[in-house]
Design a protein around this ligand. Structure first.
Ligand code: AMP
Ligand code: MG
Length: 408
């Protein structure tokens, strides 16, 4: 317990990691390449959208002042306006225009009555309006989406699909966003071999491919540097090869074993260590440091631990590099289905499957929680935060859940 007291709480470890990174220099990229990054400048609208008042419904464009009880009110139909057409007639009192969704509102009209609230009059070019509507009814006003000159999306706006749609609507083809972080990934361990070169008595390096995909999904550009053997010199040489990246991720060799050389190799390289060891399970032997423009994160070796710590520390750091203002892992509230116990001292991140039932998200811990077993991460949908100072959680207890970005 005494040792645990010296470990850094998860929140502090994340804050200190994030303090080492900032948005990367920006580049102009095509819109589809910008998805998931944040805007590097304020974008002003170059066009007013929609360019004219237009109809939100198929129906009749009317003067709302014409519609007074008793109903129905009979109006002469002057023309039909389809989307993409320009109205030819003015709507004078006692008249209207048949109009389709998206078509410009004719001069004189100030409201639209939907077709379902009308009846065609028996004598041809007239319609009976069956309801009273006020000005603006079913009218999409000019400039509702954008007004020329205004800031449409401020700098720092994360670009999701609607934001990119807005930019396309402005005729923009490219946009400035932080460039993608270049991330080197280094596996360490004498027991490891590559999947395409299996060797007797060795296990396949699972971390590099998994972390590489996690980096890709988080918007970074991974480069896998291979496997370093458990010697100071080999780890050091691989780290030298990783120089120039924005982020270097190592896995394993972080503990205090005789063959754990990563920390020593980082020191030899001149990396200034910010912290080592976090009050967390899985993932305690995490180390973070910096040298020049490169941040180094030493992840634990167990495949599940490396993925959990990726979610908690690496992904937020990558999001910050991509310009996002809010990089804390997303959290939702749920309830525990089952019971959990642990000693105080470490925050546990328990792999659970959470399903929606009776208006709540119920989290069921997976039966295997060993950090070595990737299988225990395989069907997890969320990580359940079992706080450091707590030792028991019971069925029905309210819990904090982190949705995982691992899944299919
Ligand atoms: P270490 O931190 O070096 O003691 O490694 C912890 C555990 O993770 C050991 O059982 C290692 O065999 C395993 N491990 C380390 N690196 C990898 C890797 N790249 N792929 C699969 N397992 C690994
Ligand atoms: Mg090792």
């Amino acid at each position: 317990m005494k040792e645990d007291a010296a470990l850094l709480p998860v929140e502090d470890a994340r804050a200190r990691t994030l303090a080492l990174v900032s948005p990367l220099p920006s580049e102009w990229v095509r819109l589809e390449e910008a998805l998931g990054r944040a805007l590097a400048v304020d974008v002003r609208a170059q066009r007013t959208l929609p360019p004219w008042d237009n109809s939100a419904m198929d129906g009749f464009a009317v003067r709302s002042a014409d519609l007074t009880a008793p109903l129905p009110v009979r109006l002469q139909v002057k023309e039909t306006i389809y989307a993409g057409q320009t109205p030819r007639e003015t709507v004078h009192p006692g008249t209207c225009a048949r109009i389709m969704t998206g078509a410009p509102l004719p001069v004189g009209a100030d409201a639209v009555v939907m077709r379902e609230r009308t009846r065609l009059a028996p004598e041809g070019e007239a319609v009976d309006i069956l309801e009273v509507v006020g000005p603006g009814h079913f009218v999409r006003p000019r400039g509702e989406d954008a007004r020329e000159g205004e800031v449409l999306l401020p700098r720092g706006t994360p670009l999701g699909i609607p934001e990119l749609g807005l930019l396309v609507g402005q005729g923009m083809l490219t946009v400035p966003v932080p460039r993608r972080p270049r991330v080197a990934i280094l596996s360490t361990g004498d027991e490891l071999c590559r999947a395409d070169a299996p060797a007797e008595g060795r296990i396949v390096d699972a971390n590099a491919p998994a972390l590489s995909l996690a980096v890709l999904r988080a918007g970074g550009v991974p480069s896998v540097l291979g496997i370093a053997r458990d010697t100071l010199e080999d780890v050091y040489q691989h780290l030298v090869a990783a120089e120039g990246h924005d982020l270097v991720l190592t896995s394993a060799g972080m503990s205090v074993g005789e063959h754990d050389f990563v920390r020593e190799a980082l020191e030899k390289l001149g990396v200034e260590r910010d912290f080592w060891r976090v009050a967390i399970k899985p993932g305690k032997p995490l180390a973070v440091g910096r040298k020049g423009g490169t941040v180094y994160i030493g992840l634990p070796g167990n495949p599940t631990s490396s993925l959990v710590t990726f979610e908690l520390f690496v992904r937020p750091a990558l999001r910050r590099m991509l310009g996002h203002p809010d990089v804390e892992p997303p959290r939702v509230s749920g309830r525990l289905a089952g019971e959990l116990r642990k000693p105080e001292g470490l925050a546990h991140y328990v792999r659970v499957t959470a399903t929606w039932q009776d208006g709540e998200l119920w989290a069921r811990p997976l039966s295997t929680q060993t950090s070595g077993a990737l299988r225990s991460a395989a069907s997890a949908t969320h990580l359940l935060h079992f706080p450091r100072s707590s030792s028991r959680l019971a069925t029905g207890d309210k819990v904090e859940l982190l949705p995982l970005s691992w899944g299919a």
